[in-house]
Write a new protein. Structure first.
Lengths: 164, 658
């Protein structure tokens, strides 16, 4: 084997290595990608069943129910539709009724969502950008201001509106 | 006072422009006086930024809520130490800190400029000046920390409670020191490309600066991980959060750069690769700034959501990276005549390790940017989870660990794989025995992943000691031999040992952690292995600017009490935010972690998270060892010996010019 052939072999091995690494990388990427959905998407059944996905919405007021141990269920809604969410575990510090959250998990056959992770962000007025943009109407305003007051607690919605 | 700060910033911008432009004119006209402006410019600019920074700090100390920035990030009840660290608690101030670091590095370069040829020093400082121009413009036009407001609010909105933690006092400055420090390596690379002096001396000048930047970045990342573990992670220590990735990518490329610089200095090869890495490391630092500051990311750290800011940084990034790469493409092929590199030699294997590090950085980059690209193309909103990063990153680190362990036994120029491996047969055997026994002895497990991780960790640890052992064993007076080991070698040994500890920590904390979320009333208990956690209920307590529920958890091992933990749930009324303060009992062997979730029902029951994490401390200890190793390596005598030995060629050239 000449020196040149030897070098070509190394280059070939390197290229093959890169190709394998890239293939593995993109498979891993595809497998671990999670799409973001809203309750309306889930109700319209555009979301795949049994695939891990992220669901964002507002926690409907008065919907949080405790079960045995750390079981908890609540209703997550956007302006149009709502979905029941089950979760077992510790809810984040900023999980509150009326607050925007993002849950990671799967949709079951009954259409309910089983979450294995619930995220709420640190600021009271904060809303995950995906959620904020999915709740926006065509004129660019949040359409969920009426939603909040419809679901009880008109006073607090008015109070928040007043302080802004 | 604030106006003085604002004025100092504007003056600093003027000085930075002069520092960026005049030395270049001096270089073109071969005029020594114009070249010297770089040094005085860098020093004046640093003084001005210190003034501005001091002014902002004073505004925080005296609770000057007429400043918008102070009012939004401080509170009269906030302890003084947090008021001082609140200076970099949000976007505008952290940008000021960034510029302070940048000019600080420029100041340090200007101090050591006497041992550089004057044209190199001038061009390095001019490059740093132009980076500074970009950031000062950004600050003055989009994010001025000295903006006043009227009417003046009675009190501030308080610092984000997450940031009120000792770890957060030093984490951002360390991280920024590292980020910004790569601007020095970048500037040296640009200067080398412009002057065409891409030689061994260049590598020797760049090395201590790069190592220093790297060691700060290492410590910054380690502290960040430690803070996340205590403050927000619910016991996690690395989340592959985009902002973590933003600091990790420059670290990976910076690590590659350190090793590639070693090859360039020792053997004079891989020059153009080294220059490229220097450019990329800084570009990734800038990209990190863009990701964090532009608000394109959903993250704890992403506080700015003004699109103008994102556009500005992106444009600046494109300009810097674009012009640097253009210069590189134009100049590098003409300057470099690299000799051939044998793969089976120290430089060849270092190149291979570079490939792994850069591939890892690329994989992290893809995972971080992919969701942004998909979103920008309107193809939906996705997120890439930690499994992706783990699946890619860990396999890439495995061959790297094997190579690190072998480093002492593979010589420069040409080596034989068989000889190297044969001479390490005892190391290999020891690692193998440890690999089989340790997981069983410590965790009663025969899991092959644990064995593999232990094998790599022990291999790296023993392998990294071989260099020192060699130097000592061949000498008669071992103590004298030990003392004569250069600091650079100690640095390498410590950093590689750190990698070994880190591997051990990641393996055990990753595989054998036990997490339990439980609902406990006062007096009830839960068990993890041999440990029993008994919840004693909570009490009300008052802090300086918060109220808290203070829980008490007693941990027993086989019936003997070993620790009393006090996790807290805090309410900060000024922002209405709730914070979880975990409590951890730790020793090198394991962490026991308790965090309060939320109160459930009326009978004093709480949701609690309990963790058993073996070898958790090793992960941060590894980072600490790398940091200390970096300090040792950067303070090696041979960099200091260089002082006051002028480069005769350059001296002659400059004399001819004047």
């Amino acid at each position: 084997m000449t020196k040149r052939q030897g070098r070509m072999m190394w280059v070939g091995a390197l290229l093959a290595g890169i190709a394998v690494a890239a293939a593995l990388g993109f498979t891993a990427l595809r497998k671990n990608m999670m799409y973001f959905y809203t309750p309306s998407d889930l109700v319209a059944q555009t979301a795949p069943k049994h695939a891990r996905l992220r669901l964002g919405g507002l926690v409907e007021r008065g919907s949080v129910q405790r079960g045995d141990g750390l079981l908890v269920s609540f209703t997550l809604a956007d302006c149009a539709q709502s979905v029941k969410v089950r979760y077992e575990g510790i809810l984040p510090d900023l999980f509150r009724e009326g607050q925007g959250i993002v849950a990671t998990g799967t949709v079951g056959n009954d259409g309910a969502f089983t979450a294995d992770e619930v995220l709420a962000k640190h600021d009271e007025n904060y809303m995950p950008p995906e959620l904020a943009s999915s709740l926006k109407t065509a004129d660019g305003k949040h359409s969920c201001a009426p939603f909040k007051s419809v679901n009880g607690n008109v006073a607090s919605a008015a109070a928040t509106a007043g302080t802004r | 006072m604030a106006e003085i700060g604002h004025f100092a910033l504007i003056l600093a911008l003027g000085v930075a422009i002069a520092q960026a432009v005049l030395p270049v004119i001096g270089y073109v006209r071969r005029d020594q006086r114009w070249l010297a402006i770089g040094v005085s410019g860098a020093q004046t600019q640093f003084a001005l930024i210190v003034l501005a920074y001091g002014a902002l700090s004073l505004a925080f100390v005296y609770n000057d809520f007429s400043l918008v920035y102070v009012a939004s990030n401080s509170h009269s009840a906030l302890p003084l130490i947090y008021r001082l660290s609140a200076v970099w608690g949000a976007h505008e101030g952290s940008l000021l800190l960034w510029v302070l670091m940048l000019t600080g590095w420029g100041f340090a370069v200007s101090l050591s400029s006497r041992r550089l040829p004057s044209d190199i020093a001038a061009l390095v400082l001019a490059t740093m000046g132009s980076i500074s121009v970009g950031f000062l413009l950004f600050m003055l036009f989009t994010s001025n920390p000295f903006e006043r407001q009227f009417p003046v609010p009675a009190d501030g909105r308080d610092l984000n409670p997450l940031l009120q933690d000792p770890g957060l006092i030093i984490h951002p400055p360390m991280l920024y020191m590292g980020y910004v420090g790569f601007s020095v390596a970048f500037s040296f690379a640009i200067a080398a490309l412009v002057t065409g002096k891409l030689d061994l001396a260049w590598a020797r000048w760049t090395r201590p600066w790069t190592t220093t930047a790297w060691l700060f970045l290492t410590m910054g990342i380690t502290l960040g991980s430690w803070w996340a573990y205590n403050e927000l992670g619910w016991g996690g220590w690395w989340f592959w959060d985009p902002v973590e990735n933003a600091s990790f990518m420059p670290w990976l490329v910076g690590t590659a750069l350190i090793h590639s610089l070693a090859v360039t200095e020792k053997r004079g090869v891989l020059k153009s690769w080294t220059v490229l890495l220097a450019i990329l490391a800084f570009a990734l630092s800038l990209l990190g700034t863009f990701l964090v500051r532009s608000g394109v990311l959903v993250s704890v750290h992403a506080f700015a959501t003004d699109p103008a800011r994102g556009v500005f940084i992106l444009a600046f990034l494109t300009l810097v990276l674009g012009s640097a790469l253009l210069l590189y493409a134009w100049r590098a092929p003409k300057l470099v005549s690299d000799g051939a590199v044998e793969l089976m030699s120290r430089e060849g294997l270092l190149l291979l390790n570079n490939v792994f590090l850069v591939a890892a950085a690329a994989a992290v980059l893809i995972g971080t940017l992919y969701p942004l690209v998909i979103d920008a193309l309107g193809l939906g909103k996705i997120s890439v989870g930690p499994p992706y990063f783990n699946a890619i990153f860990l396999p890439l680190m495995m061959p790297l660990a094997v190579l690190v362990g072998m480093s002492a036994k593979v010589g420069w120029k040409r080596a034989r794989l068989r000889d190297a491996l044969w001479s390490m047969r005892w190391v290999g055997l020891t690692s193998l025995i440890c690999a089989v026994l340790l997981p069983f002895v410590l965790e009663r497990s025969w899991a092959w992943l644990a064995m593999f991780g232990t094998l790599l960790a022990v291999w790296v640890m023993i392998g990294s000691l071989l260099d020192v052992i060699h130097r000592v064993r061949s000498k008669r007076d071992r103590w004298a031999a030990l003392r004569s080991v250069p600091l650079g070698t100690w640095g390498m040994t410590m950093a590689h040992l750190g990698l070994g500890f880190w591997t051990l920590g990641v393996t055990y904390a990753g595989l054998f952690s036990v997490e339990k979320d439980v609902r406990l009333g006062p007096g009830q208990s839960a068990e993890i292995g041999a440990y029993t956690f008994t919840f004693q209920g909570t009490q009300h307590s008052e802090g300086a600017n918060y109220r808290a529920d203070l829980g008490t958890v007693i941990v027993e091992r086989n019936g003997r009490p070993i620790a009393t933990l006090h996790p807290e749930k805090r309410l900060y009324p000024s922002q209405g935010s709730v914070m979880t303060e975990s409590a951890v009992d730790h020793n090198p062997r394991r962490d026991l972690y308790v965090a309060l979730g939320e109160p459930i029902g009326e009978s004093g029951e709480w949701a609690l998270r309990l963790y058993y994490k073996p070898f958790m401390r090793m992960v941060w200890f590894g980072g600490l060892m790398m940091f200390l190793g970096g300090i040792a390596a950067a303070s090696d005598r041979r960099y200091r010996l260089e002082r006051r030995v002028p480069n005769p060629v350059a001296a002659a050239a400059t004399q001819a010019a004047t």
